[in-house]
Design a protein around this ligand. Structure first.
Ligand code: C2E
Ligand code: MG
Ligand code: MG
Length: 822
C-alpha cells in the first residue's frame, strides 16, 4: 500500500523565462532609479538649504558689518569731537575687526563681504584715527580732524548701506532661483514616479499573467501525473491483494485446510482481483460461485481449465465483459486457476494418504487404526441403542506354510483373495480389517444375537477354507475365529480386540474347534498357554522332553512291526504333557525344527542300540515330522547322514506327514523325493481329516497311509457309511500298493471290523499305549507281541507314563469328523 505522502507529488514550481527575467531586471532598475531620484532630490533640497543658510549668514554679516562700521564711525567722530575717550574708538574698531574675522572664519572673506570701496574707506578712517594725537583733542584740532574723517566716514557709511542693499537683492534673486529649481525637480520626480509605477503595474500584470498560465500548465501536468500515480497505486493494491490472497491460500493448502473452503477462497480472490462481477468454478459435482447466488449463465468473459485426478477436468469461468479484464486481471485468473488445480491435487493426495493411513495396502481392507476408530464409535452407539456388538478375530491356519511353499507373491494373492471372500461374506455395515500377516478382524455393529455371530463365523470359515487357486496351483488354508461380544462392562475397543484375540488363540490351540467364543475363564487358560510357550523354549535345554513309542502291530496277531515316536513333555512337579498341547506351540514359534531334529536323533540312536543288542532287527521307526522341518535346507542329507552314522538302513525309518503338510509342501517336494529314493518311507498321517480325495491319493508321494483314529471310533459305533469308506480306503491302498495302518484302535470290536474289512495293520490303546524307551524295549524283549486284553478293549492306563483317557480327551486335539471326498 502506498501512502498519500509518497503518492502526492510536489505542487508546480514557479520559474521565470528569459522575457520575464528581462522584465524583472527592468523593474529592478526602475526601482533603483526611483530610489536614486529620491536621493538626488533630497540632495538638492540639502544644497538649497545650505545655500539659503549661507545667504542668510551673508546678509546677517553684512548687516552687522554695516552696524559695526557705523558704530566705529560714530565713535571716531565723537572722539575727534572729544565726546568720548579714545578707548571707546578703539573698542568699536576692535568690535568691527572681530566682526570681519568672524566673516572670514565662516568662509566669506572681508573683501568678498565688503568690497574694495569699503576697504579703502575703512583703511583711510583707520589712518586718520591712528594719526590723531592721543587723549582728547584740543578743541581747535577737533574740527580738522573731524573734517579729515568725515568724508571718509560718509563714504564708508554709504558703502556699508549699499552693501546691505545689494546683499538683500541678491538674496532674493537667489531664493527665487532656488525655489524654481526645486519645483522643477519635483515635477520631474513625480512624472518619473508615475510612469515608473505605470510601467511596474504593466510589468507586474504581465508577469502575473505569465505565472498564472505557467501555474495552470504545471497544475494540469501535476493532475495528470497524480491520476497516473493513482492508477499505479490501485494496480499495486490489486497486485498486493493477489499476492496476499495467494500466500494465504497456499498456506491453507499446505496445512490441509478443508478443500471446499479453500476453493471458495480462491474463487473469491479471482472475483476480487479481476474485478469481474461473478466467478464460477465447477468440476465434477463441485461448484463454487462468488458472489454466492450470482447469475453466471451468460457467455463467460474468461475461462480456464482446472484438473483433478479424480473428477477429470472442470472450468474456472468469469462472467462480465471481456474488455474490462486488464492484463493484471488475466494474470490473477490464471494464478487462481492454478491454485484450484493445486488445491484439488493436494486434496486428492491428502485423501490418498488418509486412505493409506487407514487401510491395509495389500488388501485394501481397514487397518488396525481405522478398525479401532470404528470400534470405539460402534461401542458408543451399541451402548446407547442397546444393540449387541460382535468382534470376530480370524487367523488363517497354516498360512505360513503356504506362504513358504508358494512364495510370498503367491501368499499375497491368497491374502487378497481371503480378504475378498471375507468382505463378500459380511454385511455392508460391518468392517473387515486386516491387522497384518494372516490376521483379520470383522466388526459387526448390528447383530441380532450371539447365534447369528456364530453362524457368521461359520460362514466366514467356510469361505476362507475353500481351496485357493494361486498360479494354477491349489492351496489350502483354514481359519480359526475368536468371537467376543461387547456388553455394559466393555471398557474399550482395545479390550474387545484382546478378548477376540484370546478366543481365536484358544480356537487355534484346540485342534478341530475352529470357532471359539470368548469367556473370561478361557482368558486364564490362554495366559497359561502363553506361559507354556515360554516354558517350552527352555524344555529342550532342560532335558524335559521324552520320546515315547507306540507299537504298530499286525491286527490279527499283535506282532509288533514297528513303533511310532510320540513326544512327551515331562515338567518337574507337573503332569506329563502330550503333543497336542504343545506341538502347535512349537510349530508356531519355530521350535519344532530343533525338537524334531532331537526326536529323530533319539529315535535313530535308540534303534541302533536295540539292533546292536539284537532287538528290532526288522522293525521300522515312524517319526512324526513337521513340514517346517522338511523345508529346512539339508533336511534329507541330515536324516540320511544320521542313519548312515548309526549304521541303519534308510528302510528302517518312516517319516509321517499329515495330509495338510504334504499338500503344503507340494506333492513333488525334492526333499521327500530324495528321502524316498534313498529308501526312507513317507507315511500319510491322519488320513481322512484333510482335503485329499481318494482319487488324489495315487498322486501323493507316499508309501503308507495312516487312517485317522476317528474312523476306528466310528466303526465301533456301527456307522455303516464309515464302514464303507474304510473298506474303500483298504481297497485303494491295496490297489496302489500302499501300506495301510489304522490308528486309534481301542476295542476288540473295532479290530474285528477292521480285520473283516481287510485292514491288517494298526496301532491303538487296545494293543499298547505309547511308552518310554525302556518300556518299549521291555515289550520287545518279552517277544515283541502286544497281547489283546481278553475283555475286549482298552480300559485304562497300562503304565504310569501313558496318558489317561481323560487326559487324552482333554489335552489331545479333538479331530474333526472324518471327511474323505471321493
Ligand atoms: P499322530 O501322529 O496321529 O499320533 C497318534 C496319536 O494318537 C498319539 O497322540 C497317540 O497317543 C494317540 N493314540 C494312539 N492310540 C490311541 C487310541 O487308541 N486312542 C486314542 N484316543 N488315541 C490314541 P499324541 O501322542 O497325543 O500325539 C498327537 C499328535 O502329535 C500326533 O498324532 C502327531 O501328529 C503329533 N506328534 C507327536 N509327536 C510328535 C513329534 O515328535 N513331532 C511332530 N512333528 N509331531 C508329533
Ligand atoms: Mg503320527
Ligand atoms: Mg495320526
Amino acid at each position: 500500500m502506498i501512502t498519500d505522502r509518497w503518492l502526492t507529488p510536489p505542487g508546480p514550481r514557479l520559474t521565470l523565462n528569459r522575457g520575464q527575467q528581462i522584465v524583472a531586471a527592468v523593474l529592478v532598475l526602475l526601482l533603483i532609479s526611483l530610489v536614486a531620484i529620491g536621493f538626488q532630490s533630497s540632495a538638492d533640497q540639502n544644497a538649497y538649504s545650505q545655500h539659503s543658510a549661507r545667504s542668510e549668514a551673508a546678509s546677517t554679516n553684512t548687516f552687522f558689518t554695516v552696524r559695526d562700521s557705523l558704530t566705529y564711525i560714530d565713535r571716531a567722530q565723537q572722539y575727534l569731537l572729544g565726546a568720548v575717550p579714545r578707548r571707546d574708538v578703539q573698542l568699536a574698531r576692535a568690535m568691527l575687526a572681530q566682526r570681519l574675522r568672524v566673516i572670514a572664519a565662516n568662509g566669506v572673506t572681508a573683501a568678498d563681504s565688503t568690497g574694495p570701496d569699503y576697504r579703502t574707506a575703512l583703511t583711510a578712517l583707520d589712518a586718520v584715527i591712528a594719526q590723531a594725537p592721543p587723549g582728547l583733542l584740543p578743541a581747535n584740532q577737533r574740527t580738522r580732524w573731524a573734517d579729515a574723517i568725515l568724508p571718509r566716514s560718509e563714504a564708508l557709511s554709504e558703502r556699508a548701506h549699499e552693501l546691505a542693499a545689494d546683499n538683500q537683492a541678491e538674496q532674493h534673486r537667489l531664493n527665487r532661483l532656488a525655489e524654481r529649481n526645486l519645483l522643477r525637480g519635483r515635477v520631474v520626480q513625480l512624472a518619473m514616479l508615475i510612469s515608473a509605477l505605470i510601467l511596474a503595474g504593466i510589468l507586474l500584470w504581465w508577469v502575473a499573467a505569465n505565472v498564472v498560465r505557467q501555474y495552470r500548465t504545471a497544475r494540469r501536468a501535476f493532475d495528470e501525473e497524480r491520476q497516473a500515480l493513482r492508477q499505479t497505486e490501485s494496480r499495486l493494491d490489486r497486485i498486493s491483494a493477489l499476492e496476499r490472497g495467494q500466500a494465504q491460500i497456499l498456506e491453507r493448502i499446505a496445512t490441509a485446510g478443508p478443500v471446499s473452503s479453500v476453493l471458495r477462497q480462491i474463487v473469491q480472490l479471482a472475483a476480487e482481483v479481476s474485478g469481474a462481477p461473478a466467478v464460477r468454478m465447477s468440476i465434477g459435482r463441485r461448484t463454487v460461485i462468488y458472489p454466492p447466488g450470482a447469475d453466471v449463465s451468460g457467455t463467460p468473459a474468461w475461462t480456464g481449465v482446472v484438473t483433478d485426478n479424480a473428477d477429470g477436468a472442470g472450468t474456472l469461468a468469469v462472467s462480465g465483459d471481456a474488455e474490462s479484464l486488464d492484463e493484471l486481471a488475466v494474470t490473477a485468473l490464471v494464478r487462481c486457476r492454478d491454485l484450484v488445480t493445486l488445491s484439488l491435487e493436494r486434496d486428492a493426495s491428502a485423501r490418498r494418504l488418509s486412505y493409506q493411513a487407514s487401510h491395509d495396502a495389500l488388501t485394501g481392507l481397514a487397518n488396525r487404526s481405522l478398525l479401532l476408530t470404528r470400534l470405539s464409535k460402534s461401542l458408543v452407539l451399541s451402548r446407547r441403542r442397546g444393540t449387541p456388538l460382535a468382534l470376530l478375530f480370524c487367523d488363517l491356519d497354516r498360512f505360513k506354510m503356504v506362504n513358504d511353499s508358494i512364495g510370498h507373491a503367491g501368499g499375497d494373492q491368497l491374502l487378497i483373495e481371503a480378504a475378498r471372500r471375507l468382505s463378500g461374506t459380511v454385511r455392508e455395515s460391518d468392517t473387515v480389517a486386516r491387522l497384518g500377516g494372516d490376521e483379520f478382524v470383522v466388526l459387526c455393529p448390528e447383530l441380532p444375537d450371539r447365534s447369528h455371530a456364530i453362524a457368521l463365523a461359520e460362514r466366514i470359515r467356510a469361505a476362507l477354507s475353500a481351496p485357493y487357486t494361486i498360479d494354477g496351483k491349489e492351496a489350502f488354508v483354514d481359519a480359526c475365529i475368536g468371537i467376543t461380544f461387547a456388553d455394559e462392562s466393555t471398557v474399550s475397543g482395545h479390550e474387545l480386540m484382546r478378548e477376540a484375540d484370546v478366543a481365536m488363540y484358544r480356537a487355534k490351540l484346540t485342534d478341530g474347534d475352529h470357532i471359539n467364543v470368548f469367556d473370561s475363564l478361557l482368558e486364564a487358560e490362554v495366559a497359561q498357554r502363553l506361559d507354556l510357550d515360554a516354558a517350552l523354549r527352555h524344555a529342550v535345554e532342560r532335558d524335559e522332553l521324552r520320546v515315547s513309542a507306540q507299537p504298530i502291530v499286525m491286527l490279527n496277531t499283535g506282532v509288533i512291526t514297528g513303533f511310532e515316536m510320540l513326544l512327551q513333555w515331562h515338567r518337574p512337579g507337573q503332569p506329563v504333557l502330550y503333543p497336542g498341547s504343545f506341538i502347535p506351540l512349537a510349530e508356531d514359534n519355530g521350535l519344532i525344527v530343533e525338537i524334531g531334529r532331537w526326536v529323530l536323533y533319539e529315535t535313530v540312536q535308540t534303534l541302533a542300540r536295540w539292533r546292536a543288542d539284537g532287538l528290532a532287527l526288522d522293525l521300522t521307526m515312524s517319526v512324526n515330522v513337521s513340514p517346517r522341518q522338511v523345508r529346512e535346507a539339508g533336511f534329507a542329507d541330515e536324516v540320511l547322514d544320521l542313519l548312515d552314522a548309526a549304521g541303519l538302513p534308510p528302510e528302517a525309518l518312516i517319516i509321517e506327514l499329515t495330509e495338510h503338510a504334504l499338500v503344503d509342501l507340494r506333492v513333488a517336494h525334492p526333499t521327500l523325493a530324495r528321502l524316498r529314493e534313498a529308501g526312507v518311507s513317507v507315511s500319510l498321517d491322519d488320513f481322512g481329516t484333510g482335503y485329499s480325495s481318494l482319487t488324489q491319493l495315487r498322486t501323493l508321494p507316499v508309501d503308507q497311509i495312516k487312517l485317522d483314529r476317528s474312523f476306528a471310533a466310528a466303526l465301533d459305533q456301527g456307522d455303516a457309511k464309515q464302514r464303507a469308506v474304510v473298506q474303500s480306503v483298504v481297497a485303494l491302498a491295496s490297489a496302489l500298493s500302499l501300506d495301510l495302518v489304522v490308528e486309534g484302535i481301542e476295542t476288540l470290536a473295532e479290530r474285528d471290523t477292521l480285520l473283516d474289512l481287510g485292514a491288517d495293520k494298526g496301532q491303538g490303546f487296545l494293543y499298547h499305549q505309547p511308552v518310554l524307551w525302556d518300556a518299549a524295549r521291555a515289550t520287545l524283549e518279552s517277544g515283541g507281541v502286544c497281547a489283546v486284553p481278553a475283555d475286549g478293549g482298552y480300559t485304562g492306563l497300562a503304565s504310569s507314563d501313558a496318558p489317561s483317557p481323560s487326559a487324552s480327551t482333554n489335552l489331545r486335539s479333538h479331530r474333526p469328523s472324518p471327511s474323505v471326498s471321493t
